[in-house]
Design a protein around this ligand. Structure first.
Ligand code: 13P
Length: 285
């Protein structure tokens, strides 16, 4: 139906009590699986490419591939650059037609985070591309970024009003107890913190580190004010585990499509399950 910005795809999510799934992909198969799963559920969907994924696939290749996929289905699709720190990469993705980018300057001092996030928002404004930034630090390992976990990394609500006003961003990632990668024990999420931040600002709030969060955790986070829900590691694991299994079962297959079709289908299954939890099925506006 449409290739849309993050701002557009998240519009109405908080008021209507649902979250929009944002899923990391690394190649054609998982990207198409994500879109197929969302299309089956008639759900809006955000496809996220990390800096590493964009380097692997190519900037224009990523943008044109996802735009082509978006134009072939009847749901809104947003293409988002996840956790970028390089201004050159961010500009290249905006110029190539990404509809959303994340500038992650969260490890920098508050003033510098504001300065860099504002710079990206100004550049993105030229094409109407949306911008997500992060306040506080989401724990765990995301590609080569490792953040220790602990309450001192949580978002400080007092930092929010000035950050939102001076940067001009469209969505804010907050740290409230989630972490990237698999959890060693069930995460303890601070839902009150989400509610506090949601009471301070109307801009959509983003939850990172979705892999391993139980359904009730997602539901409570969304009811507390989260609008964009990120899931990455679970899809990576689905991709490699499916591929390993299907190769093991059919070691003499000569056509790669007969292996990779299973990857596409299993990624779609994971996405459909998450869409049911996030409540965004049939929410295409
Ligand atoms: P997980 O890999 O823990 O699901 O987190 C994904 C994410 O937040 C990407 O930004």
């Amino acid at each position: 139906m449409a290739y849309v910005t993050l701002k557009e795809i998240l519009r109405g999510a908080r008021e209507n009590g649902y979250g929009v799934g944002a899923f990391n992909f690394n190649s054609y198969e998982d990207a198409q699986g994500i879109i197929n799963g969302a299309a089956e559920k008639k759900a809006p969907v955000i496809l996220m490419a990390s800096a590493g994924a964009v380097k692997y696939i190519g900037v224009k290749q990523t943008a044109y591939m996802v735009k082509g996929m978006a134009e072939s289905v009847d749901i809104p699709v947003c293409l988002h650059l996840d956790h970028a720190t390089s201004m050159d990469l961010i500009k290249a993705c905006i110029d190539a037609g990404f509809t959303s980018v994340m500038i992650d300057a969260s490890k920098k001092a508050y003033e510098e985070n504001i300065r860099e996030s504002a710079l990206v928002a100004r550049y993105a404004g030229k094409t109407g591309c949306s911008v997500e930034a992060e306040l506080g630090r989401v724990g765990g390992k995301e590609e080569d970024v490792i953040v220790k976990e602990g309450k001192d990394t949580y978002t400080n609500p007092n930092d929010v009003p000035r950050f939102v006003k001076e940067t001009g961003i469209d969505a804010l990632a907050i740290a409230f107890g989630t972490a990237h990668g698999f959890y060693k024990k069930e995460p303890n999420l601070d839902f009150e913190l989400i509610k506090t931040v949601a009471g301070i600002t109307d801009i959509p709030l983003v939850m990172h580190g979705g892999t391993g969060v139980p359904p009730e955790g997602f539901k409570k986070a969304i009811a507390s004010g989260i609008s964009k829900v990120n899931v990455g590691t679970e899809l990576k694991a689905t991709y490699v585990n499916t591929l390993r299994d299907v190769v093991k079962k059919n070691p003499n297959e000569a056509d790669p499509r007969n292996y990779l079709k299973a990857v596409k289908e299993q990624c779609a299954e994971v996405v459909k399950g998450k869409i049911d939890i996030f409540g965004c099925a049939d929410k295409i506006v």
